[in-house]
Design a protein around this ligand. Sequence first.
Ligand SMILES: [Zn+2]
Ligand SMILES: [Zn+2]
Length: 170
Amino acid sequence: MWLDLRKIIESPGASQTFAVTLDPEHLRDPAIQGFKVPPEARGEVVNTAGLLSLRGTLTAEMTCVCDRCGTVFDREKVLSLDVPLAADVSDEQSPEVFAVEGGGIDVSEVAETCFILDMEQKVLCRDECKGLCPMCGKNLNEGPCGCTRPGDPRLAALRRLLEMPDDPTD
Ligand SMILES: [Zn+2]
Ligand SMILES: [Zn+2]
């Protein structure tokens, strides 16, 4: 959604509200299976002493896949937006600053970029997700599976004991 900022661009203290429904197609992430309701962003662009910034909240209710155990789970994301906007496009800003062009800005694009930048590298169903057993594939969050883990040092010690020849004095 293109937001017209011409009314506030030269007026310190002025603000322009916005509310936009985002296109889920633009919020793709390997961990996101889908959105339960269309994600929304609302807020305002404020002119503070001549500097424009976009402030607001992005809310999304989505279904995610855990990177570690593969469980599909619901997740609500509420993201605060506070993004400086560059009103003067002529001076080359750093790429992360959104530029106002033609007297306005695409607020959908700003919100979508913030959403994608905020996504974790690995989405987990819980902070301490135990993942799947590498041997039987059981979800270890639901309880232990009974497989003996090859890396367990106690088992290695036990194996060494079992491999020892019989004690002749016994
Ligand atoms: Zn998990
Ligand atoms: Zn197992």
